[in-house]
Each structure stands twice: as C-alpha cells, then as structure tokens.
Design a protein around this ligand. Structure first.
Ligand code: GLN
Length: 490
C-alpha cells in the first residue's frame, strides 16, 4: 500500500487535477499493489498494458485541458461486465476464453469519463453466492482477519473480488452488481461502502444476466462520496436496456454532507431476527443514536411480509436464472465439450461448464416454472414480491428512509457455510427485500465486532431517491468515523 493507493477516489481526482501526480503514476502504483496481492485472488484478469495505455491517454487529455470527471482514476471491474476484447467469464468455466466484442454500457460510461481499467475482479459464478466460493477461479480472500486468528475469511459475495480489492487498496473503486445483496453484503464484510441503486438506474446492457428483474449494477469504494462520484458516471438512461429508467442523473456527490435534519428514518421491527449477534443489534442502536444526533426523527415501521422475502427471492431468482442460462450451449461462447451428437455436446458442455451452485439454481428454477408447479411456487412468489413492495410503500407514508443492519453476521471463514446452501442463503435476509421491491440500498461501514471485523449498516430509500441515502450515508460515515484498515498479512 503506497501513499497513492491509500487515497480516496475524491482525493486522487483532486491530486490529478492539481497535477501532484500523473495518472500513469497512480495507475502503476495500483498495478504494483495488485502484483503484490495475488494471495487475495481478487483479480481474475489483470490488464496492466491496457491500464498504462489508458493512463497515458488520460494524462494527454489532461494536458490538453480535456479531462473528464473520472479522468486518470484506476478502477477494478467485476467480471460480470462485458469488456471489449478482454476475457469476461462471470466466474464460470462455461465462459472461459470469452472475449466480448462489445463493452457494457456501465463500463463505457466510466471510460467516457476518463477512468482507467486495472483488470477484472473475481466473483461467485454468475453472481450466485454470498461468499465467493462458487467462483470457478477459486475463492477470494478477505484482507481482514479475526483478531489473533489467521483463518482465511470470505469477503462476502458475489462481488467479493470488488470488495477485497477496494479494502486492500488495489483500486480506487470498483464496479459490482447486486441481485439479492451482492454489493451490500461484501461491502459490510470488508469495511467498504457499497451502493445498490434503484432498479433501472444503471443499464444492464452488457452485464451477464443472472435474474434480470433483480440485477442492478452499482459502485463499491472506500467512502460514501466516492461511491456517489462513481454512480453519477455509471448511471443513466440506455435505450439498449428496456428496463432502464429515463430519469435525469443528479450529481450524487452534491448530496454528501447535506444536513439530514428533519429526515424521518424508519426502523423496521421485523428486522430484529432471532440469533443475531448482540454486537450487530448494538451497532444498529448506535446507528439510530447517530442519526438522532444528526437531527433525524426515528420512527418504528413494520414490513410484515419480510419473513417471506427469502423464500420468494430463492424462487424468483433461480426461475429467471434458469431461463437466462439456457443460452450457454457450447455453440456461441466459451467452453464446448464435444459429444457424439448435438444433444450430447449440449449436455456435456453444461455438465462440465457449470459449477454445483449454478446447477442447483437451474434445477430449482426449471422446477418452479414447470407445468403444475408454476402456480404453486413461481406465481405465489410473484404475489409475495408485490406484498413486499407494498410494505415499503406503506412505510414511505411515515418515513423517508430505513436503517437496518446489512447482514446478520460479520465475515465468516471459508468453508463455514459452503456445504449448507440454506445457511448460506440466510445471509441475504436483510438485503433481498430491497431487490424484490426495486429500491436503492447502501451499506456503510459502522464499526468492528469483538473479533475486530467490520460491520455495516444498511440504508434503504425510496425509488430514485439515492440522494437521501448519500446524505444519510455520509452522516453515518461522519459519526462512525470508521478508519480501521486490515493489517497487511498477504
Ligand atoms: N447471495 C444472493 C444469491 O446467491 C445474491 C447474489 C447477488 O446479489 N448477485 O443469489
């Protein structure tokens, strides 16, 4: 970790603008950090030549006085985003060797604004997982360790590579995606900030699809303001995604540090679940006290259908996944395992190309969509989804945002839950409701547990009201004054 890699994105952009250092210098500092941190397995593809070339082009633009809002800032890209000419595998063997001929809309916005790509970040296979252990390229390791322990911990998932790289200062910020919590939970596990925007805020075009009605891209970084800067660039209407929202993109950073006096913050009573570590409860209380001190009014709210959210999510998401993943047949992209005939080629390609969790989701998905079970499972889950969205609409009558824990635990050890899918799914208990309702959510690092591991608080907002989340998030950030960093062991 050099001085240049320890900067926030904002400080780095200021330094670049003041010509205190060049993009090539800060990019090379990050490339060095990445090289020295391969033990974390955060990057699956490193693109040093491309990074230096982009950095030099940025320095030339700046010299001409044509620098964009992110000019010269080195970022990491989750491997779910298609990047032109750069291998994009979504953490899956079935996409090994796939080099897209086009760029995702979100990443093209970042390059339009001058950012530099360092490489592609590891993730759970097709973004299915909460621990990064389903990646075909091996798990990502969390730079954080328990006090006195040296067990390898998960950075969370599915955006574990993004979280680990941001926490270990291998990039100034990263892209990530969130279908059921994959930005917020890894942010909480690594002491970083993660924002899941309103569904439709960022274009899904060029992002490998998991569950299309839930998938949403967003940023991860080391400060609330940094995520605001990144989201302003990533967001925006895109005619190539029919669910992209045609709304203006505000300068999200302008909401950071704004007074939150008079904002009503709801505390959903159903989020007090049994068996949650007392420290998480205590941190939640602390968060409430911080927002009160900042002038917010705290109100209790009820989201009565919360208990059905997890089962509904684990029907809707696999149903959509089973349909989206039908396209991987060995004919068009990535892996092909030849069989004696076409059917065998399909079967062997899919048998060898997909990992166990992805196969489980495809099986569940095809089952709940099949004749006879569609009404009992899929249709029922859609009805629950509506109720969950209605719960939030009711809550918005009495409050402007919600405060909850992000996850029911701190980072756990690799292997702890990988044999028990249900235990793994339970980790998403506080995050999936937001995706089912399409709302924006954010995780802010708020403290450490007794083991010295980071814990996050989640803010949930109204549709398209990320602005309020940035204001509340920066109030929490200021009060928590979270400065802890993982001690370097890797
Ligand atoms: N952990 C959840 C799942 O496995 C969420 C994943 C995500 O948000 N991509 O489906």
């Amino acid at each position: 970790m050099s001085d240049l890699t320890g900067l926030t994105l904002k400080a780095a952009l200021d330094g670049l603008a003041a010509k205190r250092f060049s993009s090539e210098e800060i990019t090379r500092a990050h490339l060095g950090a990445i090289e020295g941190s391969r033990a974390l397995n955060a990057f699956v593809v490193e693109t040093p030549d491309k990074a230096v070339e982009m950095a030099r082009a940025s320095d030339a633009r700046r010299a001409r006085g044509e620098a964009g809002p992110l000019d010269g800032a080195p970022l990491g890209i989750k491997d779910l985003f298609c990047t032109e000419g750069v291998e994009s595998t979504a953490g899956s063997m079935i996409l090994r060797g796939f080099k897209p001929t086009y760029e995702s809309t979100v990443t093209s916005h970042l390059w339009r604004d001058g950012a530099v790509m360092l490489g592609k970040l590891n993730m759970d296979e097709f973004a299915m997982g909460s621990s990064n252990e389903t990646s075909a390229w091996g798990p990502v390791i969390n730079p954080w360790r328990s006090a006195g322990g040296n067990a390898a911990l998960t950075p969370g998932g599915s955006s574990g590579g993004s979280a680990s790289a941001v926490a270990a200062e291998l990039c100034l910020g990263a892209t990530a995606t969130d279908t059921g919590g994959s930005i917020r939970q890894p942010a909480a596990f690594t002491g970083t900030v993660g924002v899941k925007p309103t569904y439709g805020r960022c274009s899904r075009w060029g992002i490998v699809a998991f569950a299309s009605s839930l998938d949403q891209a967003g940023p991860m970084a080391r400060s609330v303001e940094d995520t605001a800067i990144l989201l302003t660039s990533m967001a925006g209407h895109d005619p190539k995604d029919s669910t992209s929202i045609d709304a203006g993109v505000p300068d999200f950073a302008s909401f950071c540090g704004k007074s939150v006096k008079g904002l009503r913050v709801g505390i959903p009573k159903e989020y007090r679940v049994d068996g949650m570590p007392p420290e998480i409860d205590a941190l939640w209380e602390q968060g409430i006290a911080w927002l009160k001190d900042a002038g917010c009014e705290i109100v209790e709210v009820s989201l009565p259908h919360t208990k059905y959210a997890l089962p509904a999510y684990y029907i809707v998401a696999p149903a959509e996944a089973s349909s989206n993943l039908a396209r991987y047949d060995g004919m068009r992209y990535g892996l092909r395992v030849d069989g004696a005939n076409l059917t065998e080629t399909y079967e062997q390609t899919r048998a060898q190309g997909f990992g166990a969790e992805v196969k489980r989701r495809i099986l569940i998905g095809t089952y709940v969509l099949s004749a006879g079970y569609y009404d009992a499972y899929y249709l029922k889950a859609l009805k629950v989804r509506r109720r969950i969205a209605d719960d939030f609409d009711q809550a918005w009558l009495t409050c402007d945002a919600l405060l909850t824990p992000t996850a029911p635990s701190a980072a756990f050890a690799l292997g702890d839950k990988s044999d028990d899918p249900v235990a793994m799914y339970l980790n998403d208990i506080f995050t999936v409701t937001v995706n089912l309702a399409g709302l924006p959510g954010m995780s802010v690092p708020a403290g450490l547990d007794a083991q010295g591991l980071p814990l996050g608080l989640q803010l949930i907002g109204r549709n398209l009201d990320e602005g309020t989340l940035f204001s509340l998030g920066s109030a929490l950030e200021k009060a928590a004054d979270f400065r802890a960093k993982p001690a370097k062991w890797w």
